[in-house]
Design a protein around this ligand. Structure first.
Ligand code: SF4
Length: 191
């Protein structure tokens, strides 16, 4: 619902506060989830997620939620489903090029991120959407992944991008590096 979606962005900081705690609870429940079986939980949890996030954020159940990096504005509502910023066609006043009645989800994302404590995450580069995850629960994925890697994936975010672009890496290694790039101090003298 468009109105609620805008409200979520206006109150992005409160939603961030709630989500941080909700995520911690999900991760803490990982041992229980594993006992029950994630596969058994998938359908009921996805149904609840679809209902609540559909109402609040017009969630499209992409299965790889990035709301906490996009100011609580779901990028899947962009008619072009852009996950890394707006296209070049944002209209005056911040309205969408394709749907002039709707504000650009990325303009809203920027406004929401400015209100959030961890809003700088809007600068994270998001890998392409994995369509095989469509319809699955992001909540359960977060619980599983964060419980397995409490400090985050070992080589994220560059490694995530590198894995997401295997063909690009084959043709243009610099566009999708395999390894984490060295810090300037580690590079040695310039020739
Ligand atoms: S990013 Fe994906 S999971 Fe998150 S609200 Fe949007 S469609 Fe739903």
């Amino acid at each position: 619902m468009y109105r609620l979606r805008r409200l979520a962005v206006r109150h992005a900081r409160a939603f961030e506060w709630v989500y941080v705690r909700f995520e911690a609870a999900l991760v803490a429940l990982d041992p229980l989830f594993r006992r029950i079986g994630y596969h058994r939980l998938e359908r009921p949890v996805a149904a609840v997620e679809r209902l609540t996030k559909g109402l609040l954020f017009d969630c499209r159940m992409c299965g790889q939620c990035v709301l906490s990096s996009t100011g609580m504005s779901c990028p899947m509502n962009c008619p072009k489903t852009l996950r890394n910023g707006p296209c070049g066609g944002v209209r005056p006043g911040g309205f969408c090029e394709v749907d002039p009645q709707m504000r650009c989800v990325w303009v809203m994302a920027w406004e929401g991120a400015a209100r959030m404590r961890d809003g700088a995450r809007i600068g994270d580069v998001q890998p392409p959407v994995d369509r095989s995850l469509q319809g699955s629960s992001s909540w359960l994925r977060v619980a599983r992944e964060k419980a397995a890697h409490p400090a985050g994936p070992p080589d994220a975010p560059r490694g995530t991008i590198a894995r997401a672009f295997p063909q690009a890496r084959a043709h243009e290694p610099a566009a999708a590096p395999l390894a984490v790039e060295p810090r300037p101090a580690d590079r040695g003298p310039r020739r």
